[in-house]
Design a protein around this ligand. Structure first.
Ligand code: FES
Length: 570
C-alpha cells in the first residue's frame, strides 16, 4: 500500500515539487520515497514542568525512527500544565485534542509517536490519535523521583493537601510548610503519586497504546530513553503493518484498562478520559462499565493517595505488568496492544519484587476497589465515588446539606465561625461541572471547615458536579450528572435538606419529596454562579460540551474523521 505521505511527495508535478523542495533542507532524495514520515507529537513546554524533559525523550525517538528507515518530524503540540493553566486544564483538553488531530491530518504524515505526561496530555493525544486514526504509539514521560522533607517521603500533590490541612489545623507551622516547597519536586517528571498522570500512563499501557512495561519508568531513568528509542523503531513498523488505533482498540481493550484502573487504585479522572477516547473510536463504553468491570477488582498497589508508597517504589516493585499478572484471569485475553500481540502475552515474565508495594492477589490492599457509580434522585445520570480513598464509616451516611453555589461562595463562607455545619453535615458544591465553571475543575474534595478540623474531624461526605485531583482523598461524591448548570437536581438542593449516601447500594439521594422538588427552581445566586462566557473557545465549549457521564468531550468531536484530506491548495 502506498504511504499516505506519497499524496504530498509522490509524482513529478508542481505540487510534489513544492512539498519536497520545502522539506528538503539537506535531506537525501530518498527521504521522500517510500520512507514513513513519523511525527513526534511533543507536549514539552517550560510551562508544563512535568513534561519539560520530553525534548530529550524525543531525541531518542528520532534515533529509533531513523534507524528503522523512517523520517522523524518534530511536531510541538498544545501542552497543558496542570498546576499553571487557568481556570482548569480540563477546559483545554478537548481544544488540545482537536488541534493535534487537525495538525496530524493536515500534514504529510504516516504515523505518530505521542509524548505526554502531565494529567491532560496523554488523554488529549490519544483522543486526537483515535480521531485521525493514523498508526500511533505513546511514550509516557514518567514520574519524578521521590523527594523527602525532614526524613519523610513527599507524595507530590497528596502531601500538599495533607500539609496544608495540618497548617489549618495548627499542627504544622507556616514556616515549615513553606520550607517543604523546595522538597516536593525532586526531579524531572510528573507527579509521583497514583494521581491522574501516573494513572493515565498506566491505563494507556493497559489499553494497549504503550509498549508493555514502559509506563511508570521514572523520567530520569535511562531505561526511559531506551524505551523511547525502541518505540521510534516500532512506529515505523506500525506504518508498514497499517496498525492504526481502530484496528486494535476494542471494547476488550477498555475492559483491560478498567481492570488496571481498579487494581492500581487509579484516579477518578480516568473515567472521563477513557469515555472520551472510546467516544472517538466508536467503542460503546458506558459509566456503568466502570462499576461492572472494575468494582470487584482488588486494589493491589499501596500507593498514595490511598496508600503509602510512590511511583519510584512502584517501578522498583515490578510496575504495571506485575500488577496485571496478578489479575490476568480478569483481563480480556484477545485485546491486542500496539506490539500486535495481546496484552496477556506480555505478562509471563512479570514478577513482583516488593510485595509491600504491589500486593499479591491473596493479600490485596483493598478487597474490592475500583470506582463505584452511584445513581439516585441527586444524580440521575450517575456520579462517582472512589471507596478506597474514602472513610469506611462514611460509606453509608445521612446528613444535612450545607450548600455552596460556587467555589467563590465556598471560599467566602467555609471558615465563617457562624456556618451551621457539623461533622455529620454533607458539604455540597455546585456550578463546577463542565458547563457551569466551565471546564469541570478539581474542586470536589473541598477543604473541611477549620472549626471542624480543630475538633479533629478529618473527613466528611462531600458532593459536587466537579472533579477531584487524582492525588486527593476523602469521601467525595463527584462528577454528579447532570450538573447543576445543565438542569440537574443538584441545582435544587437547599441547605438543611437531607442527603443520603449508600455506596454499597450505589445510591445518592436527596430526601425531598419528588413533588416538592419539582416545584423548586434554582435560586438566583445559583444561576449567577454559572459561567456565561461571551466568545472564543470558552463559548464554544459551554455550547457543546457533553456531561461527565459521556466523557465531557464536545458533541461534534465525538467519532473519527480518519486521515483522509480531500482538498489541496496549490
Ligand atoms: Fe503535572 Fe501533577 S502537575 S502531573
Amino acid at each position: 500500500m502506498p504511504l499516505r505521505s506519497a499524496q504530498w511527495y509522490g509524482g513529478q508535478d508542481r505540487n510534489a515539487y513544492i512539498h519536497r523542495a520545502w522539506m528538503r533542507r539537506g535531506a537525501p532524495a530518498d527521504a521522500f520515497t517510500g520512507r514513513p514520515q513519523i511525527a513526534i507529537a511533543n507536549t514539552a513546554s517550560d510551562l508544563t514542568p512535568c513534561n519539560a524533559h520530553l525534548d530529550e525523550v524525543a531525541r531518542s525517538v528520532r534515533d529509533g525512527v531513523h534507524e528503522a528507515g523512517g523520517i522523524p518530524l518534530d511536531l510541538p503540540v498544545v501542552s497543558l500544565g496542570e498546576t499553571n493553566v487557568r481556570p482548569t486544564a480540563m477546559l483545554w483538553r478537548n481544544m488540545a485534542a482537536m488541534a493535534t488531530e487537525e495538525m496530524l491530518r493536515a500534514n504529510p504524515l504516516d504515523g505518530v509517536v505521542l509524548l505526554g505526561g502531565c494529567d491532560k496530555t496523554i488523554p488529549s493525544l490519544l483522543m486526537a490519535a483515535a480521531s485521525v486514526d493514523l498508526p500511533a504509539v505513546v511514550v509516557p514521560g514518567g514520574p519524578m523521583l521521590t523527594g523527602t522533607f525532614r526524613g519523610t517521603p513527599l507524595g507530590c500533590g497528596t502531601d500538599v493537601w495533607r500539609l496544608s490541612e495540618e497548617v489549618r489545623a495548627g499542627t504544622l507551622s507556616q514556616e515549615q510548610f513553606t520550607r517543604s516547597e523546595s522538597s516536593m519536586i525532586r526531579s524531572r517528571g510528573h507527579c509521583n503519586t497514583m494521581g491522574t498522570a501516573s494513572t493515565m500512563a498506566l491505563v494507556a499501557e493497559a489499553l494497549g497504546t504503550v509498549v508493555p512495561g514502559v509506563a511508570g519508568t521514572p523520567a530520569p531513568d535511562s531505561r526511559l530513553l531506551e524505551a523511547a528509542h525502541g518505540t521510534g523503531r516500532l512506529a515505523v513498523e506500525l506504518v508498514s503493518d497499517d496498525r492504526r488505533p481502530s484496528t486494535f482498540l476494542t471494547k476488550g481493550s477498555f475492559h483491560n484498562a478498567i481492570v488496571a484502573l481498579a487494581a492500581i487504585g487509579g484516579s477518578t479522572n480516568a473515567v472521563v478520559h477513557l469515555l472520551a477516547i472510546a467516544g472517538r473510536l466508536g467503542v460503546e463504553l458506558t459509566l456503568d462499565d466502570f462499576d461492572r468491570i472494575g468494582s470487584r477488582v482488588p486494589v493491589l498497589v499501596d500507593l498514595q493517595p490511598a496508600g503509602r508508597f510512590l511511583m519510584e517504589d512502584f517501578h522498583r516493585a515490578g510496575g504495571l505488568l506485575a500488577v496485571l499478572r496478578e489479575v490476568a484471569d480478569l483481563l480480556d485475553p484477545r485485546a491486542l496492544t500496539v506490539t500486535g500481540r495481546p496484552l496477556v502475552d506480555h505478562l509471563d515474565d512479570a514478577p513482583i519484587w516488593d510485595p509491600e508495594v504491589i500486593r499479591t492477589r491473596a493479600r490485596p490492599l483493598v478487597e474490592e476497589g475500583g470506582i463505584a457509580v452511584l445513581r439516585g434522585s441527586l444524580a440521575p445520570d450517575g456520579a462517582l465515588i472512589k471507596p478506597a480513598a474514602a472513610s469506611p464509616h462514611l460509606l453509608r451516611h445521612r446528613g444535612r446539606a450545607v450548600v455552596f453555589d460556587s467555589i467563590e461562595d465556598f471560599h467566602a463562607r467555609v471558615d465563617d465561625p457562624d456556618l451551621d455545619v457539623d461533622a455529620d453535615s454533607v458539604l455540597v458544591l455546585r456550578g463546577c461541572g463542565p458547563k457551569g465553571y466551565p471546564g469541570m475543575p478539581e474542586v470536589a474534595n473541598m477543604p473541611l471547615p477549620t472549626k471542624l478540623l480543630e475538633q479533629g474531624v478529618r473527613d466528611m461526605v462531600r458532593v459536587c458536579d466537579g472533579r477531584m485531583s487524582g492525588t486527593a482523598y476523602g469521601t467525595v461524591v463527584l462528577h454528579v450528572a447532570p450538573e447543576a448548570a445543565a438542569g440537574g437536581p443538584l441545582a435544587l438542593v437547599r441547605t438543611g435538606d437531607v442527603i443520603s449516601l449508600d455506596v454499597e447500594a450505589r445510591r445518592i439521594d436527596l430526601e425531598v419529596p419528588a413533588a416538592e422538588l419539582a416545584a423548586r427552581t434554582p435560586s438566583r445566586a445559583t444561576v449567577e454562579g454559572f459561567a456565561d462566557p461571551r466568545r472564543g473557545w470558552q463559548r464554544l465549549y459551554v455550547d457543546h460540551v457533553q456531561q461527565a457521564d459521556k466523557g465531557a468531550d464536545l458533541d461534534f468531536l465525538v467519532g473519527s474523521s480518519g486521515s483522509q484530506v480531500t482538498r489541496e491548495s496549490h
